[in-house]
Design a binder for this molecule. Structure first.
Ligand code: FPP
Length: 236
């Protein structure tokens, strides 16, 4: 059976969920935050080691200012509402992406949550915030070049390159789920998804339930992962 350590999710469809109910798009994001709590608590109970959630991409700055500022208020809403529960569940918060453009208040809230949960030993709940896969790879290349120049790095291999990625301390991504039936990866974990299994579901993120996660996991377990090789039956 396939091991499952790390699930990554593109939480898409908040806007459409709201539109269907004639609500402002922001209400879709608010409901999306409640789902983050529900799915994180559940995934931790399942024994998943790491859950990475795409909360805001480097391209999402192109959205209307009002929507961007609403999304930037979500860390406050999320951690004020749920940090206590996350602590009780031994969940550790981390993030990937760049905090540089993130408003001061959200930055502080994230840093506090990361610090307060740093000793927790349960699931890692990793937020991709102001994250872009292409930016990450370019940053890694620049950091390597700097280390090379300073004599701190020499030959570059797939293994040594990984140390320059935001995900250096995280397990390999086994399964990537995208909700709301868009079939693309939108600059998410471009390097890390090389051999991950992909599942695209019709469900909008605010409607995604623990039962839907179970179904994705069940499908993932049935997949034959070959990592470019041959599976056992075909091998002989
Ligand atoms: C995509 O739906 C969703 C987002 C860009 C934002 C997702 C963020 C959260 C669910 C909350 C994150 C939580 C924290 C704590 C930071 P969309 O707006 O693109 O939906 P649409 O495609 O239907 O318009």
């Amino acid at each position: 059976m396939n091991e499952l350590n790390h699930i990554a999710i593109i939480m898409d469809g908040n806007g459409r969920w709201a539109k269907k109910r004639r609500l402002p798009r922001t209400m879709g994001h608010k409901k999306g935050v409640e789902k983050v709590r529900e799915i994180a608590i559940y995934a931790n109970k399942l024994g998943i080691r790491c859950l990475t959630l795409y909360a805001f991409s480097t391209e999402n700055w192109k959205r209307p200012e009002k929507e961007v500022s609403y999304i930037m208020s979500l860390p406050k809403l999320f951690f004020e509402s749920y940090l206590k529960e996350l602590m009780e569940n031994n969940i550790k918060i981390t993030m990937i992406g760049s905090l540089n453009r993130i408003p001061e208040e959200a930055k502080k809230i994230f840093r506090d949550a990361i610090r307060k949960t740093s000793k927790n030993t349960g699931m890692i709940l990793n937020f991709a915030l102001n994250y872009g896969g292409q930016d990450e790879i370019v940053k890694a290349a620049k950091d390597y070049a700097r280390d090379y120049k300073e004599g701190k790095a020499r030959s570059l291999t797939k293994e040594s390159f990984k140390k320059y990625l935001y995900t250096k301390d995280l397990p390999e991504v086994d399964l990537m789920i995208r909700t709301s039936n868009e079939q693309r990866i939108s600059n998410f974990l471009l390097y890390q998804l090389a051999y991950s299994e992909f599942i695209f579901t019709d469900t909008y993120w605010p409607d995604f339930t623990p039962d839907d996660l179970d179904k994705c996991i069940e499908e993932y377990r049935k997949r034959t992962r070959r990592f470019g090789g041959l599976n056992e039956e075909k091998n002989n």
